[in-house]
Design a protein around this ligand. Structure first.
Ligand SMILES: Cc1cc2nc3c(=O)[nH]c(=O)nc-3n(C[C@H](O)[C@H](O)[C@H](O)COP(=O)(O)O)c2cc1C
Length: 236
């Protein structure tokens, strides 16, 4: 049996990848309570486990939280944190209060993705020059999980309005293990066209040509950058 994999994907497969990337959303308002079958969850976690990692360290663990009582405790903590984080001026403060920023109890599953900062797998390759790379690797796993979930019609919402030490304590996570992401995971009634924060008038997407520089940080050429996108037929 050959262990070659194709260099080129079919046009249909290629478009499917872009379509998944463009239609992925952070979900918090649209979760249904439908359980995720084990095989679907297995594929999503397997996609996460195939993320790149520094030195092939694979520093992640996936703590699956189904227990309603555990999720209630996390939710109570989130509510406290959301109130504490309200440092906005009048208009934005009202908008902030009205935003739904989690789906901890709405989604049937929460996943805490962690990074074991002392894992010896990978023999330290690549981490000597940048010790943050184990965390970056774990974020790559989160993104793989998010995209695979979207391909399976499963929504994911990232909750960062939590105190990491408190959540670690609640979940019994050891000191040397860092909580990278607390995710709400479940089927959805719909995926929005745009980010929920954009729909709510909180923030908009920056035009990409404003973020491209050439050869030197100070060298921005928006006209040149805009030409990249004239014919770019990105599926929606
Ligand atoms: C590291 C990280 C933390 C986030 N934390 C939260 C959060 O606490 N609550 C929330 O509602 N969304 C959170 N989000 C989701 C962003 O708000 C969302 O990605 C952004 O608005 C763009 O929307 P989209 O993901 O639907 O494209 C987080 C996203 C990332 C990458």
């Amino acid at each position: 049996m050959s262990d070659q994999i194709p260099v080129t994907f079919s046009e249909q497969d290629c478009r499917a990848i872009y379509s998944v990337i463009r239609s992925r959303r952070d979900v918090r308002s649209e979760f249904t309570s439908d359980a995720i079958p084990d095989d679907v969850l297995g594929r999503i976690l397997d996609a996460a486990h195939h993320a790149p990692s520094v030195g092939f360290m694979q520093p992640w663990d996936f703590l699956l939280i189904e227990s309603v009582s555990v999720r209630r405790r996390i939710y109570a903590h989130f509510q406290e944190m959301k109130q504490r984080a309200d440092m906005y001026e009048a208009g934005r403060a009202n908008l902030y209060k009205a935003l739904k920023l989690e789906g901890i109890l709405d989604a049937p599953l929460n996943v805490c993705v962690t990074c074991d900062r002392e894992r010896t797998k990978g023999h330290g390759l690549g981490r000597q020059s940048d010790p943050m790379t184990d965390l970056y690797s774990t974020v790559c796993a989160v993104q793989n999980l998010w995209l695979a979930a979207r391909a399976e019609s499963v929504g994911v919402g990232w909750v960062s309005i939590i105190d990491l030490d408190t959540v670690k304590q609640m979940l019994g996570i050891p000191d040397h293990v860092h909580v990278v992401a607390y995710l709400c995971v479940g089927y959805v009634s719909r995926f929005r066209n745009r980010p929920e924060l954009e729909d709510a008038g909180w923030e908009h997407r920056t035009p990409l040509q404003k973020l491209i520089r050439f050869d030197h940080w100070d060298n921005r050429d928006e006209d040149r950058a805009a030409r990249f996108f004239v014919d770019a037929d990105v599926p929606r």
